[in-house]
Design a protein around this ligand. Structure first.
Ligand SMILES: NC(=O)c1ccc[n+]([C@@H]2O[C@H](COP(=O)([O-])OP(=O)(O)OC[C@H]3O[C@@H](n4cnc5c(N)ncnc54)[C@H](OP(=O)(O)O)[C@@H]3O)[C@@H](O)[C@H]2O)c1
Length: 259
């Protein structure tokens, strides 16, 4: 079946918004967020998805903050796991595929070489558990899914690390960076292209996604400073993790994207 109408759920979020804007030239794209449909509610999902007559659903909706997931575990599972399953069931009924966003946080970060798609998961925090459960439960519903596991998204939305750095620069004074995590990052527009490439190839299954290379957050921030021509002496290495971090984070996750 030719893909024309793409329904993006979570379209007010970072990835959803960037993907909607990016692929709108090639596809007829419908965006929806929690004001239109709460994916945790099966009846709402069934009614909304059916009414939009999509050829493809892309689920970018989530409780995407690992710390929020620690604060409200029940809601985290309702949205990240049950919501994904509700969308899978609706897609199955309509005979269309689902693209679902999982996360590299299903891994514990102890592997010294890049993680492959079939490596054993071991989430350290609730967010990772909700995403791992979403993968397992979608696969019980049907086979017509593409599950993406990206890392460190950066895009045009205010929530990205890049925006955090730019905001701190604008506020004046030092720019504090807790640098310990080592990871690869993924540009939302490249991820959107990657998703649609897989869709057009009729690929199915689980895929890692990141841009080339890896770094820690301080190196990432240095790169931003270089590009923007800022004074790097304002960068301040912070040794203690931010007080707002409730969720344990894996120290190093490099994703293999060979598949
Ligand atoms: N950002 C990253 O670095 C990263 C890394 C790996 C994987 N991911 C995954 O990639 C996907 C996109 O991430 P993102 O950073 O774009 O997330 P985001 O900016 O937080 O966007 C998620 C959107 O989903 C909405 N939403 C929340 N609950 C919903 C519900 N029950 N029904 C419908 N919409 C709901 C949110 O609305 P509210 O804002 O009003 O809650 C928000 O607009 C997520 O699945 C995330 O877990 C992200």
């Amino acid at each position: 079946m030719r893909i024309d109408r793409v329904l993006i759920i979570g379209a007010d979020g970072m990835l959803g918004r960037d993907m909607l804007n990016h692929i709108s030239t090639d596809y007829s794209v419908i965006g929806a967020d929690i004001d239109e449909v709460d994916i945790a509610v099966q009846a709402q999902v069934d009614e909304f998805v059916t009414s939009q007559k999509p050829d493809l659903v892309v689920n970018c909706a989530a409780v995407s903050s690992a710390d929020e997931c620690e604060k409200d575990t029940e809601r985290a599972f309702q949205v990240n796991t049950d919501g994904a399953v509700n969308l899978a069931k609706a897609c199955k009924r309509l005979g269309i595929p689902l693209v679902h966003m999982s996360s590299d946080f299903i891994f514990d970060g102890t592997k010294e070489t890049p993680y492959r798609e079939d490596d054993s998961p071991n989430p350290l925090m609730i967010y990772g558990e909700t995403k791992l459960a979403s993968e397992t439960e979608i696969a019980k519903v049907f086979d017509e899914f593409i599950i993406m596991r990206p890392r460190w998204l950066f895009g045009f939305n205010d929530k990205s690390f890049t925006r955090f750095v730019l905001r701190k620069v604008a506020e004046g004074g030092p720019v504090p960076i807790y640098h310990v995590e080592l990871a690869c990052s993924a540009y939302t527009l490249d991820l959107a292209d990657g998703i649609m490439n897989l869709v057009e190839k009729r690929a199915r299954g689980i895929y890692h996604f990141s841009n080339y290379g890896y770094c820690d957050r301080l190196e990432f921030a240095r790169e931003i400073f270089d590009i923007m021509g800022y004074d790097k002496s304002r960068l301040q290495k912070v040794r203690n993790k931010p007080a707002s971090w409730l969720a344990e984070r894996p120290k190093t996750i490099i994703l293999s994207t060979e598949k």
